[in-house]
Structures are given as C-alpha cells and as structure tokens.
Design a protein around this ligand. Structure first.
Ligand SMILES: [Zn+2]
Length: 479
C-alpha cells in the first residue's frame, strides 16, 4: 500500500473481553487459576509493567511490533464495549438471534437451541464470562444463567437474573463480534489464519452473519499460514524458544522481516534457529544486498530486501559471513573485532561497523542460547583427537601433500586456503568426501565442520602444519 502510494490504516485489535481459558505453565497457578473464565482485562497482571493481564501480554506484542517497525493503530475490545460503541450491534444481533442461529446451522452445521442468544454476560456474582448463557431478550435486558456445567474447564456459580447487555456488561460470541468490529471500524481487508479459513469454518460463519443480519458484504479475505518455530505453532504460552519476543531478541529487525517477507503468501514459515538456517538467512540477505549494490534498481528479486528495510531505502554495506563470526568467537584468546578488521583488510564505514557489531551480538546470543553441542566448534588444541588415529591410506597421502603445500603457502587467508585444499584433492585424484573429513578429524575429532579453508585460517600456520604432521605420525598400526 505504502509502495503504491495509497492511504492505508492498519488496525490491530486486542480481544480482551475473551475469557482466560488456560493459565500458562510459567505463571503461578494458585494465583491465576481462580480467574479462569474471567474476561482477560479483568485478570490481574503478571507483572508491574501493565495494569492487567491483557495489557501485559499485549505489551510484549507491541514491543515486537515496534522493533519490527510495524505501526498498527491498536484498539481494545473492552473500550468498544464499555463506551457503548457496540450497543447498536448487540441490540441488532439479539433482536435477530433467529437469523444468527440459522447461519450457524447452514454454514457450520452447528445446531443452536431455540432459546440461544448470541451474547455472554459477565456474571454479576462471580465475574466469569465463559460460563454464562443468555436465553431471553426483552429489548433492554437479557436473562442469563451462570451454568455450573457450561464448560468442561471451569464451573459457573449458578447465579441467574435479568441485566442490561449494554455498556460493557458482556460480549458477543467472537464470530458475531467479528462482524460488529468490521462494520464499526470500516474494515475493508481482513485476513485470517488458515485454521479459521476452512469451508464452514469461523470466517465463513462470520461472512454469513454479515450478509444475513447486516445485509452487507464482508471485507476481502485471504487465509494466512502459520509461523512455526521448530515445527510448532508460535505461541506466547509455550515458553522458551517459541515466542515472538525471543525470536526478536535473536534476530535483528531487518532479518526477521526478511524471514517473513521473502516467503510467498500462503506458505508456512518454519524457522528452526539452528546453525544451517540462521547462517543461510544472513547469507541470503547479503546476496541481495550485494546484488543491489551492483545494480541499484528495485527489480522483482530485490523486493524482499526492500520490504525488509525499516526505512524507505536500501542501505548497502560490506557483507560479512555470520558463520565465520560464529567460528571466530569460539577461538580462545582471539580479539574478535581486531580479527575481523584484519580479515576484511579495508576501511569500513560507520554502517559497516554497525552491521558487523550487530552480527557479533547475534552470533554470541546464538552460541549462548541456541547452539547444541554438535554445532559448536571444539578444536582439540592439546593433542591429536582419538578419532584421527585411524585414517585410510589415501587420507594420509592427502594430508602429507597438503602439509607440504601449506608450508610453501605465502598467504594464510580463508579463500586461498580453500583453493589449496581443493586443488590438492584434484591433483591426487582423491574425492573431497574422503579428503575433507581427514582435515576435520585432525582438528575437530569429527567428520564435518565449517568451511575447511576458514577453519585453517582461524589457526596459526605453524600449529596447523605441525598438527597435520602429528596426525600422520600418530596412526595406530593394525597388524
Ligand atoms: Zn457466576
């Protein structure tokens, strides 16, 4: 919209008249369980940063929005209800309860009793909203009962009586509420998760109510997919590693936007914060950045990069591999900033340094919170790893030729080393999948590792050559 220079407004609603239906595991159960069934805005806040439960968790979301440069206009359902803005809709849907029941039946095959009314009162006796059922409406008051067996997760108190449904005394069921919000706020586009978008699903029911009761066209709709983290739906109630807040703490805003915006609509995003995924995300971002630097025009393939920016232009920088930073951070005694400066070997702009420092933080955070043991770079400094004591004859031939070439090498940078490592396999006609493990086994005690040229470049030349020679002379002889 912004790109098309059309005025647009992004509204984000907090459904805080919905009931608390579970207490997340990380909260004090004894404190919050008594509030099960209460509207979220009437549940106490878990922390001092907010006045109530709904605002506390919305606060977390809004921080992430802010971080990502997303600027919605936020509204709270409690305000729409309490200020009476929804009164007309409440009256309309209660007067036309029979039509609402008809839509439920036709669209979702859900049968509602003759005396079912689309409204839930906040029980005047116990404060719960989840347990109440309305069975009559006289034009100004509804009759309700707080049902002991209304739900299977919380019990009502049994209270019953007549009360006004207006000015915040209760709420519409959410599919009906959805329709009221569309009309009140003038919504023209509303996407919905694919779980709500199936045939006969919530969105179809809401569309049906909109047409039948309000006699209006519902807003444009398209289903959206989920963002999965390690294959599970992102949720704030699951704890470590799966909330928007935690992913935002790991990834800079541009890369997090890039992760989402480079994915085609209607495709699930599965973000596993492992070595492979995270280093590739930065590499792909850098590739587009370099492409744009070479040819600064907004071609189709550049658009994901363009939309990932927090500002309206793409700023190019000197790219630097996250994987290398992750490796270098694990070399004991190495001064990371000095080392990077040396490796890049040319003056960096202020923005280049910003990007680089940001990546150092990402790499540190990833190593501390996400890397598993397999993904960490553990160099055997003191002795030849046990695993490198039984190499094959061709692996040993390869290592001895490599040691020779490394001794003669005049430079010690990652790319030249990678070339040497590779041409040696060609000269000896040894397959890379035989040769490379010999290198990794010699230093890491495992068959795989970061780019081999990079690995050697992290080490002192003398150490690397001495180690290879030691590996050759240290073989266990089998009779
Ligand atoms: Zn009650």
């Amino acid at each position: 919209m912004k790109q098309a220079a059309k005025p647009a407004k992004f509204l984000y609603g907090c459904d805080d008249y919905d009931a608390l239906d579970t207490v997340p595991k990380y909260l004090d159960q004894s404190k919050f369980a008594p509030y099960l069934g209460f509207p979220l805005c009437n549940v106490p806040s878990p922390g001092d940063s907010a006045s109530d439960y709904a605002k506390y968790f919305m606060g977390e979301f809004l921080e992430v929005f802010d971080y990502l440069g997303i600027k919605p206009e936020v509204y709270y359902l409690r305000d729409l209800y309490r200020t009476g803005k929804l009164n007309n809709y409440i009256d309309k849907f209660l007067q036309n309860a029979h039509l609402v029941r008809e839509v439920y039946k036709q669209v979702s095959k859900a049968e509602r009793a003759e005396n079912w009314y689309p409204f839930q009162v906040i029980c005047e006796n116990c404060g719960k909203i989840a347990t109440t059922a309305v069975t009559d409406y006289n034009g100004s008051e509804v009759f309700y009962r707080c049902q002991p067996d209304g739900t299977d997760w919380v019990q009502g108190c049994g209270h019953s009586g007549w009360v006004s449904p207006f000015d915040g005394n209760g709420k519409l069921p959410w599919k009906v509420e959805w329709v009221a919000k569309w009309d009140l706020l003038g919504v023209t586009i509303e996407l919905a998760g694919k779980d709500h978008s199936q045939k006969g699903g919530s969105r179809d029911v809401a569309n049906g109510i909109c047409r039948k009761v309000l006699q209006k066209q519902p807003p444009f709709h398209s289903p959206y997919e989920f963002i999965l983290v390690n294959g599970t739906k992102m949720s704030s109630s699951k704890g470590v590693g799966s909330s928007a807040k935690e992913i935002a703490a790991l990834l800079p805003a541009e890369q997090l936007r890039f992760l989402m915006l480079r994915t085609q609509p209607k495709t699930a995003i599965n973000f596993a914060p492992n070595y492979e995924t995270i280093t590739r995300l930065f590499r792909d971002y850098d590739t587009l950045n370099s492409k744009y630097q070479d040819r600064p025009e907004l071609s189709q393939d550049i658009m994901p990069l363009f939309y990932s920016q927090l500002e309206s232009e793409i700023k190019t920088y000197q790219p630097f591999e996250l994987s290398t930073i992750i490796s270098l951070l694990q070399i004991p005694g190495l001064e990371i900033v000095q080392e990077l400066d040396k490796r890049i070997g040319k003056p960096l702009s202020e923005l280049d340094w910003q990007v680089l420092n940001q990546r150092i933080s990402v790499a540190e955070k990833w190593l501390a919170d996400y890397a598993d043991e397999e993904e960490k770079l553990v160099i055997y400094w003191d002795a030849v790893p046990q695993q490198a004591r039984s190499l094959t004859a061709s692996q040993l031939t390869y290592l001895s030729k490599l040691a020779e070439k490394l001794s003669a090498a005049t430079t010690w940078d990652a790319e030249d080393l990678q070339t040497t490592i590779f041409t040696t396999t060609k000269e000896l006609e040894i397959k890379p999948n035989v040769a490379f493990p010999a290198i990794y086994l010699s230093f890491l005690g495992k068959e795989r590792g970061p780019k081999a040229g990079g690995l050697l470049s992290y080490l002192e030349k003398e150490f690397a050559i001495a180690r290879i020679k030691e590996v050759i002379s240290n073989q266990i002889e089998y009779p």
